[in-house]
Ligand binder design. Sequence first.
Ligand SMILES: [Zn+2]
Ligand SMILES: [Zn+2]
Length: 76
Amino acid sequence: MSQQSRARANAGKSRRRQNRSKICDCCGADVMFCWQCRCGFSMCQSCMYENQWGMTCNGITWECPDCGAQNGYGNQ
Ligand SMILES: [Zn+2]
Ligand SMILES: [Zn+2]
């Protein structure tokens, strides 16, 4: 007797798509995507692009101006 077939009955039914816009801490713009630090600081892509010369030295990580933590581009 196996009861495993019922375990996944409720999985995969989340079709909720909320428009979660974010506020850029740098320019205050309402954007769909922000780079985010674990401290809560967020920066929109255009600000990141403009400040990239001062935020990153290798193009792989960026330094949070708020707490100084290193955050990676791509996966958070
Ligand atoms: Zn911005
Ligand atoms: Zn930070």
